[in-house]
Design a protein around this ligand. Sequence first.
Ligand code: NAD
Length: 476
Amino acid sequence: MSDKQTPHIIIVGAGPGGYAAAFHAARSGARVTLVERNQMGGTCLHAGCIPTKTILASARALETVSRLSEFGIAAETAPVFAVDMAAVMARKEKIRATLRVALEKTCAALKIRLARGQAELQAGLNVLVHTDGGTESLSGDAVILATGSKTLDLPALPVDHSRILNSDDILNLDHIPPRLLVVGGGVIGCELAFIFRAFGAEVTIVEALNRLLPLDPVDEEVSRLLLREAKKRGIAVLTAKTVRTAAIGENGVTCAVAPSPSAESAAGQSAEMETDIVLVAVGRAPDTEGLNPGAAGVAVDAKGWIVADATMRTSAEGVYAVGDALGPHRPMLAHTATAEGLCAVDNILGKKAVMNYGAIPSVIFTSPEIGVVGLSGAQAGGQGIRARSSLARYRELGKSHAAGELPGFFKLVCEEGSGRILGAHIIGAHAADIVAEAALAVRYGLTAADIAQTVHAHPTLAEGLREAALAWISGG
Ligand code: NAD
């Protein structure tokens, strides 16, 4: 056992959950060992948030240049812009490396020990770290598991990493496929569908349920607007459908697209569809291979996700777990993992921290963007809260016209009587940034009147939230 004045915390996994916990623990005076078998940064930095947003920036640049004449920009000879995928990928790699090095420097500055290897739990608070050079045995006063998630495979669609890809593969694609079929119209599927459509691919989304983004926090009206925008861009969307089989041939993949058994209104015939690439984006799976949670008495659920309470404690004394490793019962987002990492460290260091999952914003980088926080009207009703919603449209804002960003709306869900803001559902340009104000409002129980009485700079897109608050107050 280490000196109680400086507890030793072993953290397994150096993604946004693990490294945020490590930084917080080290800054709070703990001795920290961070175990990672790959590079620092986790899925977020290497195969998720950052690579997709980097590639998205290229897609958006292309969209902008295709609209130059709308903004009064003309060239003497009409330029032909083409995507240089090698350059797009090189930019992504450079950004990935810059951010990884920054994380490693922070570790070094905070005297966090980075143990590179595969962690295996043992009884008590002991962890083995396996490397090519041998096995090291660590003993801590607390352990935080931040092992993340990996792509979920479908038995019917075996990923061959060449024609049938998972979301890790597509972020390393060296060309733009003429035709791309995306299986799963969730967050990953929709983001990548819009990116590759902007790059010029012919894109089809096949979604098993009845709408795009059929996720609890996403309001149905948001899904409808996204569908409209997808169609406007030429993305074909097949809802209540699934891909039953995919046969790889010499020149592509032949998919059997069939009614989905999981949709309420599945109907119609199966049809064959030819494509160049299939992207499987149907969710995530636990990444606990080799970790052996059972050896430490850490309970997992039927699907293998680690079980933890809202203080991040697992079933094993002194072992905490955070982030994607806990599965889809909570928002599987980088910033959830970070908040949970801080919560775990605070509890290890004797504070009484409890996660508040009610005010975690979700951001989806489609075109237009989506930012959501708190409850939808239906969720509020389900919790027995009398709620009413109001709407303000992007086209009501001067800035939307000036910037040429007209599609979208701001929906506020507030409690009848008090006006307390329960949720905000924003779809439109920069929604992912704008939702931060709504997250503050939901977190601190602010009301529609609080937003309405706050001066918002003009002309900005943020004024939309105030317009929605004013609309709520006036009953609309
Ligand atoms: P998801 O749960 O968001 O979506 C999966 C979709 O696939 C669902 O809509 C589901 O109905 C559909 N589906 C499942 N099986 C199917 C089948 N056989 N045929 C057709 N459709 C099928 O999962 P994801 O998109 O893989 O994302 C994984 C996680 O990563 C999510 O929790 C997400 O929040 C997170 N993520 C977040 C961001 C962000 O914050 N911007 C970006 C990407 C991913």
